[in-house]
Design a protein around this ligand. Sequence first.
Ligand code: NAP
Ligand code: ZN
Length: 345
Amino acid sequence: MTTVPAYAAPAPKAPLERTTVPRRPVGEHDVLIEIKYAGICHSDIHQVNEDWGRAPFPMVPGHEIAGIVAEVGPGVTRYAVGDRVGVGCFVDSCRECANCLAGLEQHCAKGMSATYPVGSDGQPAYGGYSSHIVVDENYALRIPEGIGLAEAAPLLCAGITLYSPLKHWQAGPGKKVAIVGLGGLGHMGVKIAHALGAEVTVLSQSLRKKEDSLRLGATDHRATSDPATFAELAGSFDLVVSTVSAVLPFDDYLGLLKTDGTLVNVGAPADPISLNLFSLIGGRRSLAGSMIGGIAETQEMLDFCAEHGLGAEIEVIPVEQVNEAFARVLAGDVRYRFVIDTTTF
Ligand code: NAP
Ligand code: ZN
């Protein structure tokens, strides 16, 4: 066991502060990663605030990890010291259930082993706001040379969370896709859907981010604060993906779908939603959810992003600014992902 520097919330809703956390010894199939960058996902804030239920503290958030392999276990075959690697939202799974065998480790029947706050063994687990992490080589991803490590970090959660549903619901040429919420997830959704060949519209609370939407690859950007948006775009989209961290009036958004269209929700607000089922019955519409992606699909996403020159739009911060960054994410003041320079520990 070694001890490494980290930033942790000592209690629910408390500001993060400098601390140290244990990392397990490098096992047979483990890699020790020197973390260079860690993205700040809105989920990190939900977790620290216990929006999703009780969690152990102190909590070290961070599941958008990019770094360099610093040491490998004797049985490691996939990576060597010096390789550029990433770690996302989970670091292990049972490897034998139907979902794991199908490459859907995020839906492991025994529960994926989360990067933080709790592993599948029920013990606290510490995330990427830290200098080093030890993970099994099978749950590390290769970051292609074409993407900077800082721009790649957010792909490990925001990138895959949008890539997976866009592929599953076949965003591509001839398809009209709306991305709701232009934040960390949403801006990657625009880039990826555009690269897949779909026609993309951004549905944002205001017109403030319109220029960015068009630059990122959207052909249209509409304000959801304007009721005319919902009237004018009714029945327009094959696919709507909501990345919003708060509860939305889903009936209004379902009305934007064509017949047989699907609204995929990836935002994870704490509160339940209400829905008029006639919003689904009319137009044979579907409401679905999606959670990150499996290991093979995450690697496919990283390779796709490298091939298409896609990385996150980031603001790199020293670790001391993490609390300020949390506040700015909550205030909607981020374009479009904060990334902690973890070499500032
Ligand atoms: P973010 O950067 O804060 O972006 C969320 C965006 O939603 C904001 O930029 C804003 O976009 C819009 N928004 C915020 N509050 C709103 C409100 N009250 N009404 C309407 N729109 C609002 O957050 P993120 O990191 O992208 O994460 C978004 C959500 O996805 C979080 O709940 C997070 O926990 C969840 N998440 C889910 C998965 C998964 O696997 N399903 C993975 C990662 C994250 P505009 O300014 O354009 O309106
Ligand atoms: Zn995330």
